[in-house]
Design a protein around this ligand. Sequence first.
Ligand SMILES: Nc1ncnc2c1ncn2[C@@H]1O[C@H](COP(=O)(O)OP(=O)(O)OP(=O)(O)O)[C@@H](O)[C@H]1O
Ligand SMILES: [Mg+2]
Length: 333
Amino acid sequence: MAPKEILKIENLTTYFYTWAGVVKAVDGVSLDVREGETLGLVGESGSGKSVTALSILRIVPRPGKIIDGKIIYKGENLLAKTENEMQQIRGKEIAYISQDPATSLNPVFSIADQLTEVIRRHQNVTKEEALKKAIELFRLVEIADPEIKIWNYPHQLSGGMKQRIAIARALSCQPSLLLADEPTTNLDVTIQAQILELMKNLKKKLGMSMILITHDMGVVAGVADRINVMYAGRVCEVASTKTIFRNPLHPYTRALLEAVPNVAMKREKLKIIPGAIPNLISPPSGCRFHPRCDFAVAECASVVPPLVEIEPEHYVACIRAKEFMENGKGVKK
Ligand SMILES: Nc1ncnc2c1ncn2[C@@H]1O[C@H](COP(=O)(O)OP(=O)(O)OP(=O)(O)O)[C@@H](O)[C@H]1O
Ligand SMILES: [Mg+2]
């Protein structure tokens, strides 16, 4: 039986109409998230990950605009909904956690006040019941002494604690889909690992689906079921996490993997991807990665590679993918 999708994005196109020109931030992205899975959305800074998430919630800031595509959530196109209908979906059905937990908390109110307010906005409960629920949420995100800690103000909390609270807040209305946008980027490495472990446990416990956005392959390695690699506003490779790590077929994926620090690898050996992510006002022709690609051939500058299923459940947008596949060990010259 084919897996059931909770979210299916087709040809999403979101542009920013700036004075300098049209920024093609998300340019024909198609992806799906299956029931109960964590999809890792990976790519360098500026590849369009956040704009994809903001498009799903329809909160793309000006001068940005969704100009084409479909975002099918539980069988209904979110792009065809009214603003009122979207307000019911945000937070309640689809929740969002940003990379900066501090911005989601108001410094002048206690955490108890802020969490109960969010709970009461979506659920018809008394203040006391909301407080009880807030304390339960604290337990869920594994905060010790919840009855005491809940009365803290944001400045009394560490970064890791704030991110736990941001997660609690996102989970307060039991969303079916969680969009976690670089939830650990601003945290210390050890705290990062704890938050990722927490998110993994929560997803299992609550059975929700999640899109985990990151620029770090190391972060998604242990958490994501499948990985969707983005480059310059387009999808370049999609497969199970295992397949992405064992048999990457897009040179960009390969480059991202070589940039993951490995304990066994000496620091100096860590590769960086040469060149910068292109300007999205006038992106490179053909495959957008070709100017930085070690494997590019003349055709790459003129042909836009379609996303093709090279082996079951493994999609690649590279004209040489088949050849790399036949080599048996992923991308090779
Ligand atoms: N408000 C805006 N106005 C103009 N361009 C924007 C705006 N917001 C985003 N962009 C552009 O859209 C592109 C994609 O940005 P996006 O924030 O989605 O990248 P990202 O993959 O999330 O990167 P990061 O890892 O840095 O968060 C970039 O080229 C960015 O400059
Ligand atoms: Mg981002």
